[in-house]
Design a protein around this ligand. Structure first.
Ligand code: 1HE
Length: 268
């Protein structure tokens, strides 16, 4: 573990390191409903900038208390009375953190509960897998607060649910919850019980994949989606050239050839 991922060096994030290389990263300002202040964003930048090289196999991203995240720290924003230039730079640090999550090569599984709103939804949308429970609800209250999204909702929330649903959410303050939220693409899983338990189960599973394979899945796919079809096909071949010939994969391929590897079967 490098200094950059050492849990003792974090204050606004509580970080638990598990034996299998899964890190549980918990937003730890429950008295402020895990609102994202500048200090929390800086900790997210530091952790996710160093996660892959620090040997992190997968991350469960959670929130302490009843709510995942209440978005931008509105009180800090109000007190700071920021200039346009200052707030542009605040947003650029949010983008740095969330881009490091989405493109960093380490699988991030978000365990969602309660409010996932505004910047909280922007944070969740930078995870690769989102698990919600029966308490989880999604909204973009920016319209009502007299502000606008600044942490990537116009890109990632649009990508998840489509531009016009995102516009409706921010215009009208519409709230999505329950199975409808899954059907629209805001989360891939909904649980009866704890979303955290399911997220951990998924993280334990993906941590068994080879790190280079997970790197391609949790970095290359996002990059490839930003390219033209022709360029993406070319770059996909290059990525596959590297990943699909990695020495560590030979054992798994041999197990398939020897008929000792598990076969893919329908759910029972
Ligand atoms: C906060 C924040 C916050 C709570 N910034 N302090 N986000 C929003 O518009 C959502 C604002 N928050 C809420 O609607 C509610 O607080 C919740 C639904 C999340 C939770 O409700 P509840 O009844 O459990 O808590 P509360 O009584 O409203 O708040 C408890 C404390 O958390 C209180 O602090 P206290 O010191 O008075 O005890 C609140 O001030 C504090 N708190 N949410 C700061 N967001 C890059 S641009 C992104 C733009 C956005 O994200 S806009 C969306 C902002």
């Amino acid at each position: 573990m490098s200094h950059a991922t050492d849990p003792k060096t974090y204050e606004n994030l509580a970080i638990e390191v598990r034996d299998n290389g899964v890190y549980v990263v918990t937003l730890n300002r429950p008295s402020k409903r895990n609102a994202l202040d500048v200090a929390t964003i800086e900790e997210l930048v530091r952790f996710f900038s160093n996660a892959h090289q620090g040997g992190v196999k997968a991350v469960v991203l959670a929130g302490e208390g009843d709510h995942f995240c209440a978005g931008l720290d509105l009180v800090e924003h109000w007190k700071e009375d920021r200039s346009p230039d200052d707030f542009m730079h605040v947003c650029l640090r949010w983008h740095e953190a969330f881009n490091k999550m989405e493109y960093g090569g380490v699988p991030v599984i978000a365990a969602l509960k309660g409010a996932v709103v505004g910047g909280g939804l922007e944070l969740a949308s930078a995870a690769h897998v989102r698990v919600m429970d029966q308490t989880t609800y999604f909204a973009l209250p920016e319209g009502q607060r007299g502000i606008f999204t600044g942490g990537g909702a116009t890109i990632r929330v649009s990508d998840m649910i489509g531009k016009y649903r995102m516009i409706d959410m921010i215009l009208t303050g519409r709230v999505y919850q329950g199975q409808e939220a899954v059907d629209l693409g805001l989360a891939q899983y909904i649980t009866e019980g704890s979303s955290f338990d399911k997220a951990l189960e998924l993280a334990d599973k993906v941590a068994q994949n080879l790190p280079l394979t997970n790197y391609a899945i949790c970095s290359a796919i996002s990059h490839l989606n930003n390219m033209s079809g022709m360029d993406a096909a070319y770059a996909e071949a290059v990525v596959a050239g590297v990943v699909n010939t990695q020495p560590a994969a030979r054992e798994r391929l041999e197990a398939f050839a020897n008929k000792t590897a598990a076969r893919v079967r329908p759910n029972s």
